[in-house]
Design a protein around this ligand. Structure first.
Ligand code: NAP
Length: 309
């Protein structure tokens, strides 16, 4: 049976990914939206969730596509209305707030998927399986993109605690999924534009309990070719996740993929499975690494950031 779901926040990711994925889904259909501006969706749109639930009484789930502000209040409102929740990354404004998510879902008896869409990229699971039993020597992450291209005009992205970690947390979500080690941040250097409150670049050194390091470079100021790669040197091979996890190679040879469905198709399948099984999935490890990067971070001032520079 198809589950009636509503979008909360109709911005870039809701339009680029959630709407087309729901339209193509066998498990969900779009039944409404909470939005301050959208009016042309062919479904009821209201300014808040409680009003939307009154207008669409059979609404069963929401996908939260707002920036990571005020999420706990929204989550509690959704649970009080009996709704299941798919929450976009990053989870919240603070770690303490995010840690209240799973207990809230348990107490409400509802499903919460704290989503990490990059974990659903086609090459992530094959890479994870390949790494089982390998001895990892070193990992290098380069997540280098131009914020002007990928997040045009999104002022919220410069809020304290966000900046380049908005895409960077995607790399950390893959890292925590594929490595069998516990990870902790050892060094962090944050470059913060003089006119902003969040980093435009970050360099991290993360140590893995298996005894190797992970070198991380995040940039929001990458001109020319963009890069979202994770390189893993093992005792015998070198494997690389490319294009944010949509492809992978061993020893420079691209590997075939058994299942190349898009990330968000898998994400919505995961949400449907969790609802069917009465379960939640709230893994905060990527967010903890980000919190520790800020906790330990040495800061250096970068030139002013301007959208049209
Ligand atoms: P966006 O384009 O700025 O859209 C966010 C929407 O949320 C707005 O259009 C607005 O919807 C609503 N909103 C509610 N409170 C807001 C506030 N204080 N400031 C701005 N918007 C507010 O952002 P987005 O790129 O879609 O990102 C939303 C979430 O998805 C973030 O957590 C982001 O990390 C995640 N995400 C983004 C991408 C991407 O490529 N952009 C990829 C994956 C995940 P209404 O106008 O309808 O009220």
């Amino acid at each position: 049976m198809s589950i009636p779901i509503a979008l909360v926040g109709v911005g870039k990711i809701a339009c680029d990914q959630h709407m087309p994925t729901i339209a193509a889904s066998a498990h969900f259909h779009l039944a409404g939206a909470v939005s301050s501006h959208a009016s042309d969706l062919s479904v009821p749109v209201r300014g808040d969730l409680t009003s939307l639930k009154s207008a669409v009484p059979d609404l069963a789930a929401i996908a939260v596509c707002t920036p990571p502000v005020d999420r706990l209040r929204l989550l509690k409102e959704a649970f009080s209305l009996g709704l299941h929740v798919l929450m976009e990354k990053p989870p919240a404004k603070t770690l303490a707030e995010a840690e209240m998510f799973a207990p809230a879902a348990r107490n409400a008896g509802r499903t919460l998927l704290q989503s990490w869409h990059s974990r659903c990229a086609a090459a992530v699971e094959p890479m994870r399986r390949w790494l089982v039993g390998q001895t990892v020597r070193h990992v290098t992450i380069n997540w280098l993109e131009d914020v002007r291209v990928w997040h045009p005009g999104q002022e919220w992205i410069w809020s304290p605690g966000v900046g380049v970690f908005d895409p960077g947390i995607n790399a950390l979500s893959i890292l925590t999924e594929i490595l069998p080690s516990d990870l902790s941040v050892r060094e962090s250097l944050l470059s913060i534009p003089a006119n902003r409150s969040a980093p435009i670049a970050a360099s991290l050194m993360i140590e893995a309990s298996a005894g190797h390091d992970v070198s991380v470079q995040f940039s929001f100021d990458q001109r020319g070719p963009q890069s979202w790669t994770i390189d893993i040197e093992t005792a015998t091979e070198r494997a690389t996740l490319l294009d944010g996890g949509s492809h992978w190679a061993i020893g420079g040879v691209e590997q075939p993929l058994e299942d190349d469905r898009p990330e968000y198709a898998r994400l919505y399948d995961q949400f449907a499975d969790l609802i069917a099984n009465g379960e939640s999935d709230v893994d905060l490890r990527p967010f903890r690494l980000v919190a520790d990067a800020f906790f330990l971070g040495e800061t250096k001032q970068a030139p002013n950031f301007l959208w049209d520079s």
